[in-house]
Write a protein that binds this ligand. Sequence first.
Ligand code: 5GP
Length: 207
Amino acid sequence: MNNKGIIVVVSGFSGAGKGTLMKELLSRYDNYALSISATTRNPRPGEENGREYFFVTKDEFEKLIAEDGLVEYANYVGNYYGTPKKFVQEKLDQGKDVILEIEIQGALQIKKKFPQALLLFVMPPSVEELEKRLRGRGTETDEVIHGRLLRAKEEGQGIDEYDNIVINDNLDDCVKEMHEIIQSSHYTPERNREFIDTIKKQLSELN
Ligand code: 5GP
């Protein structure tokens, strides 16, 4: 059987509640490792370097790109965000499913590089609720919130590229659904090619 981990991309509009969802998923199940991205944006109050993100300068980020140290990267609302390569590979080898909480440009790069990655899109129950959550965070200026809503409009166009959507209405239900989707995706034929081919080969040798 294929007991190697899979890459799970989780995207969703800013304010859809991905952060909380991820925290809850990781605290409930030990199958997962959450990749920590590098970014050039400033830390928000309460964020710590090396916990939410590796906060780096533009020069440091560009050095990571030049060294081929990132699995993917993108520019989002004026800042760079990227996934460091080493952690992803290590955790996959340990059999963990590695979660990349990234935006759509990065998600599409991952899909191209790793066709077996699973792409999930977290939806808010409504646009009204999305705006409410964005404002409720209280750490962003009106201009940034407006920018994120416009960006959400754009990102909405890409949802069809994803494998599954999850609706974050009730946190508890959403975490369970997400876990079930990820675990069942381990059993698709394309993620078990080697196992299936071995069985087929053995069968073909029967007289
Ligand atoms: P925030 O500034 O709200 O923490 O993140 C902004 C957006 O960047 C979110 O949609 C988040 O998922 C995305 N993001 C975070 N890390 C990465 C990354 O490493 N690569 C890409 N492509 N997007 C990321």
